[in-house]
Design a protein around this ligand. Structure first.
Ligand SMILES: NC(=O)c1ccc[n+]([C@@H]2O[C@H](COP(=O)([O-])OP(=O)(O)OC[C@H]3O[C@@H](n4cnc5c(N)ncnc54)[C@H](OP(=O)(O)O)[C@@H]3O)[C@@H](O)[C@H]2O)c1
Length: 194
């Protein structure tokens, strides 16, 4: 399969791209390349599909935004994470529906918090919205194109990079297996929680 991996330079995306490359043609994409796309810019998603034809699958492991405390003074700053992670991934799925090969797949990334961590309100909202979108949009996907989301908990490498205990986190390589299984399998309209 020809698979576009958005966020391929990141912690999760790097592991996903590496695993998929063992059996597929992988096109790595992000804001800084090698193939350029910015999820906050719908025109750049259009440009991606124009530049990379005959794609079988697109997987999005891109990160955008950060924790937004509930008392963030500026509304614009509070809502910033909405653009890349929620609106961007929904736009990606809508564009992919028109451009992917028949029988292809779209795999998005949400996430889960174990508790209402301070600053995580927008993250909870975005993840819940994405997961609801995937379940509701799946039946509307045309030409046998499948739509799913992976909802990771903490990733071990991210915990270690943040100076946290990594033992509770899932290794990126194990998480990548869940993405590959979803892309290579038959799941449709599912939120997978590895
Ligand atoms: N790591 C965790 O513990 C964890 C847990 C649960 C959920 N998640 C979710 O998993 C996703 C990936 O997380 P990660 O930790 O792997 O992130 P990461 O290591 O920070 O990597 C982010 C990747 O996304 C790209 N990117 C960022 N903004 C982008 C944009 N607007 N358009 C296109 N590409 C963009 C980056 O490359 P450029 O800078 O070149 O664009 C990079 O390749 C995020 O949605 C995150 O919320 C992560």
């Amino acid at each position: 399969m020809k698979i576009v991996v958005i966020g391929a330079t990141g912690t999760i995306g790097g592991a996903v791209a590496g695993l998929l490359a063992t059996g597929h043609e992988v096109v790595p994409a992000s804001r800084r390349g090698p193939v350029r796309v910015d999820l906050t810019d719908a025109a750049s998603i259009d440009a991606l599909f124009a530049a990379v034809p005959d794609v079988d699958a697109v997987v999005c492991c891109a990160a955008s935004g950060s924790l937004s405390p509930l008392d963030t003074p500026s509304d614009a700053d509070y809502w910033r994470g909405l653009d890349g992670k929620l609106v961007g991934q929904v736009t990606l799925a809508r564009r992919a529906a028109a451009h992917l090969r028949a029988g292809g797949s779209v795999t998005l990334t949400s996430g889960r918090f174990t508790a209402p961590t301070p600053g995580s309100t927008l993250g909870h909202l975005v993840n819940a919205g994405l997961e609801a979108f995937v379940r509701a949009a799946a039946p509307e996907m045309p030409r046998g194109i499948r739509l799913n989301a992976i909802s990771p908990g903490w990733v071990r490498e991210t915990c270690l990079a943040l100076g946290m205990d990594g033992t509770a986190g899932i290794p990126a390589a194990d998480l990548a297996r869940a993405y590959a299984d979803t892309i290579e399998g038959t799941a449709h309209g599912h939120v997978i929680t590895p």
